[in-house]
Write a protein that binds this ligand. Structure first.
Ligand SMILES: NC(=O)c1ccc[n+]([C@@H]2O[C@H](COP(=O)([O-])OP(=O)(O)OC[C@H]3O[C@@H](n4cnc5c(N)ncnc54)[C@H](OP(=O)(O)O)[C@@H]3O)[C@@H](O)[C@H]2O)c1
Length: 257
């Protein structure tokens, strides 16, 4: 199978890295010339697996599956000018171009799937929400993450909104790490402690995902204990309400697009 990427920015680079380090069987990956620097870094890293094309059209002509990783305004401009092959699988990472609009501008009878990969896909980890459900695409992403098939496009916006909390999560880790540094730890020690703690906590909840998260909230504290104090102080300060408000605002923005 030959894979192609139009738009080689942050997320496409992460997906290509994930694929190249995985057990996915493919013959070659064709990358569009933009971004030149990122394409060449990937080519250098994965040598004979990667080929940088001269045009976006060349990516489509040479590939069985085409992934589109450009910003929405770029997608609106370039996709109508490209000629896709009938029955080609086209996976769009574009945040705001909806399924039916994509189908319309792609013209041909392509298999279109919208996907939301996240940066840890470079490590072969993390969720990939896809719409509409698609067996082959799910099988593919399951090798480099956890695919979640969504049945309604409206629901996919809630995944986009949740993914908009990535930076605030890192900001929280940074706050904790900066605090430890102020208290005398080295930056390396502080960062190692914080990232190891939170990735382990998330992993514990993930491997026990049949358990409602409220059990983890309850089990991780004892009345009057340190965690009890921590969670209650933040609740009182409106920390979690602010988080919910922020996701609602992100969702509103997506709906108005
Ligand atoms: N980043 C994420 O975590 C993430 C996750 C899921 C989905 N997405 C979605 O994926 C899309 C890309 O996001 P991103 O963060 O990867 O953005 P990005 O880093 O800005 O990447 C966009 C890429 O498109 C290239 N490009 C611009 N014009 C082009 C053209 N005419 N033909 C081909 N390529 C062109 C840019 O090249 P130049 O640098 O040369 O301009 C750039 O490399 C967005 O719609 C975003 O919403 C992102």
């Amino acid at each position: 199978m030959k894979l192609g990427f139009i738009g080689v920015g942050n997320i496409s680079s992460d997906v290509v890295t994930g694929i190249c380090n995985s057990k996915i069987s493919f013959k070659k990956i064709f990358l569009s010339p933009r971004n030149k620097k990122k394409s060449h870094i990937l080519k250098k890293k994965f040598k004979n697996k990667i080929y940088v094309t001269k045009t976006n059209q060349e990516v489509i002509d040479k590939s069985d599956w085409v992934f589109i990783g450009v910003l929405p305004e770029v997608g609106e401009k370039i996709i109508p000018q490209l000629k896709f092959k009938s029955n080609q699988i086209v996976v769009s990472f574009i945040s705001t171009i909806e399924y039916f609009k994509l189908k319309k501008i792609l013209k041909k009878k392509t298999n279109v799937v919208r996907a939301i990969p996240m940066p840890p896909i470079a490590l072969g980890k993390g969720p990939v929400a896809i719409f509409p459900p698609h067996k082959k695409v799910k099988f593919f992403f399951d090798k480099i993450g956890d695919t979640i098939e969504i049945k309604s496009e409206k629901l996919s916006q809630t995944f986009w909104a949740t993914s908009g909390t990535m930076s605030s999560f890192y900001e929280m880790l940074k706050t904790l790490s900066d605090w430890l540094v102020k208290k005398g730890l080295t930056r390396l020690q502080a960062q190692k402690y914080v990232t190891s703690l939170y990735s382990a906590l998330a992993e514990l909840a993930a491997v026990n995902s049949k358990k409602d998260l409220k059990h983890f909230v309850a089990e991780s504290q004892t009345p009057g204990g340190l965690n009890w104090q921590g969670v209650n102080e933040l609740r009182k300060a409106g920390y979690y309400k602010s988080l919910e408000k922020s996701i609602n605002n992100i969702l509103k923005r997506l709906k108005n697009n």
